[in-house]
Write a protein of this length. Structure first.
Length: 213
C-alpha cells in the first residue's frame, strides 16, 4: 500500500510531481464560517445520509461528494418514460423538468436535513439530483482557498487574464484546477479511491485501539 501511494502522489506521467512541502492550504479543515470542521471519515457521513434521507429518496453513495468544507448530495431520481421516437433533446427536457420539480417540492426538507448535517459534521450541505443522463446542482458553496505562488506560477495566471480566459487571478486559478480535473480525471479518481479505501480499513480497526494503559 505504501508503494502505491508513493507512486500515485508522485503525479501522473508528465505532470511534474509534487512541489514544495506537504502542508495543507490554509483554507482546508476550516468551516466557511470560521469553525473547525469536525474530524470524521466520509463513510460516517454517507451512513448518516443513508439513514436520514426520506426512504423514497434514492441515494447512490458514489454520488456524494465530500471534502473538509462541504458535502454535496446528489439524489438519484427515477428515469423518465417517454413515447417511442422521442429524441435526446426531448429526453433532456423531460429529465430537466423532473429534476426541477424535485428541487421545488423538496426545498424545505432539504434545508432541514442540511441544517442538521452542518451541526453534526461542521460542513456545508449542498444538493443536486441525477435523472437519467442529466445531472444538476441546486446549491453549492464557493470556498476561498489560500495559496502562495512564485513568480513563474503567477505569470501563468496573468497570461490567462491577459488572454481573456479569466477575469482575475482567482478565476485563472480555478480554471487551472478545472483543467487538471478534466485532463487527469482517471488519475485523480484512482487517488481518491485509494484514500477512501484507507478510511474504510481504518474504520474497521480494533475496538481496543487507544485503550491500552
Amino acid at each position: 500500500m505504501k508503494e502505491i501511494f508513493e507512486e500515485m502522489m508522485s503525479g501522473p506521467p508528465g505532470f511534474g510531481g509534487r512541489r514544495g512541502g506537504r502542508g495543507r492550504p490554509g483554507g482546508r479543515g476550516r468551516h466557511p464560517g470560521g469553525r473547525s470542521s469536525v474530524p470524521v471519515d466520509r463513510q460516517t457521513i454517507k451512513s448518516w445520509l443513508a439513514g436520514r434521507l426520506p426512504q423514497d429518496w434514492s441515494l447512490n453513495p458514489d454520488a456524494v461528494l465530500i471534502d473538509d468544507d462541504e458535502v454535496v448530495v446528489f439524489v438519484t431520481l427515477q428515469d423518465v418514460v417517454l413515447p417511442d421516437g422521442a429524441d435526446e433533446a426531448n429526453r433532456a427536457t423531460a429529465e430537466g423538468a423532473r429534476i426541477g420539480g424535485f428541487c421545488e417540492e423538496t426545498r424545505h426538507a432539504r434545508m432541514r436535513i442540511a441544517t442538521e448535517g452542518e451541526a453534526a459534521f461542521g460542513r456545508v450541505f449542498s444538493w443536486g439530483a441525477v435523472c437519467g443522463s442529466t445531472r444538476s446542482v441546486f446549491t453549492t458553496a464557493s470556498v476561498p482557498v489560500m495559496t502562495r505562488l512564485r513568480i513563474e506560477d503567477r505569470q501563468v495566471l496573468d497570461t490567462l487574464i491577459a488572454a481573456g480566459v479569466a477575469r482575475s487571478r482567482s478565476d485563472a486559478l480555478a480554471w487551472c484546477v478545472q483543467l487538471v480535473g478534466r485532463n487527469e480525471q482517471s488519475w485523480i479518481s484512482d487517488l481518491r479511491a485509494a484514500f477512501e479505501q484507507v478510511e474504510a480499513v481504518r474504520s474497521r480497526g480494533p475496538a481496543s485501539a487507544g485503550q491500552a494503559q
